[in-house]
Write a protein that binds this ligand. Sequence first.
Ligand code: EPU
Length: 419
Amino acid sequence: MDGFVIKGGKPLKGDVYISGAKNAAVAIIPAALLINGWCRIENVPHIGDVEVLLNILTQLGAEIRYEENDTIYINSENINSWKAPYEMVKSLRASYYLLGALMGRFKKAEVSFPGGCDFGFRPIDQHIKGFEALGAEVEIEHGLVKVKADRHVGSQIYLDVVSVGATINLMLAASTAGGLTIIENSAKEPHIVDVANFLNAMGADIKGAGTDVIKIRGVRELTGGAVHSIIPDQIEAGTFMLATAATCGDVKVRNVIPKHMESLTAKLIEMKVDVQENGEWIRVRGTDRLARANIKTLPYPGFPTDLHPPAAVLLSMASGTSTMTEGVWDLRFQYVDELKRMGANIKLEGRIAVFDGIPRLSGAPVKAMDLRAGAALVIAGLVADGVTHVHNAKYIDRGYERLEQKLLNLGADIYRKDL
Ligand code: EPU
């Protein structure tokens, strides 16, 4: 199976161009199912999850064309099925956006349950509560979530937990519901605004995305015919900023929205890393005297949980004792044992990891257990003494476009190999 071989110790230097946001793309592509016509989507990242989704849309009857390198054209006029069984979605971690999109299009949907992923079970109770509020009956049978809305009507929905997935799914399903839907306590991540902008460009009427109250006035159908460009990937940008800081490098991160990076930028500055920005790029210059820090992950605009593992590599090497408190996912700590194999001094106390910083990690064979833990191990390999073998590149490929190529361009010693 593919893995990465990394010889550590080379500071990253140069410019890196950030791809379109994975977590926007995996919502916007299913959203195209809602459109009785075509749309053109630009800045689509070349990653595993996108490939799988485009395949699913084709099987449902959509016509898909790559127009240029990162631009796709989707025509959903002839979608002929509201069913996405296990065989179709089994390699997709989050199949749930198909539910909201197909419900919005057909008032019914049958999608295989988004069950065990590399990251543990993902509850969808808030999605289901919202679909029911929009008039649907929801049944779970033989591993399928079945949604049927004879009366598809707007409603007021208060989310009990701030959920990115539920917020987006309800925007999808409510776009074509009769009347007004109000989602309260909604998530505010940049990709929620991006999905709302896409839907509005295709004829939806959504206001308030990016705040905790979103109002959706249902329209009869989305007719498409518009162009949308996906925002830059906040997490990919953050991963390169952290990799630069860890290797004591000097990198300009391009195609980035600095506002989306504020929580990370503030933390890096607190750790004595030099960060400068001008509307379009962020320049990071590392220090060999990383200061300790305490980080807590929270929904946006808090520190993103998806940057927790990559940031943990920095905490492992900062002087003194640092902590990382996880506020979103129980299973975020899958990198801890692997970083310990590289010499890190980490104690786990519930949802808090305590780091006693060491000057240098040492290369070792390690295994990516999920996407972001994998990114963390690559960063650890870049900075460690000697050679690191990161097994399970398949997890990393799900969400990072040509990671090793981009790192090679920055001067890293990394290559892909069957390990
Ligand atoms: N939750 C519930 N009930 C629900 C939905 C969520 O209890 O119905 C809980 C979850 O268990 C979790 C918290 O709410 O503790 C937040 O979950 P959320 O729904 O926000 O996460 P998600 O939509 O499933 C997306 C990203 C994740 C990212 C989270 C948080 C996608 C495909 N995935 O997941 O990304 O960590 O938001 O920002 O957009 C990644 O990219 O590596 C990744 C895991």
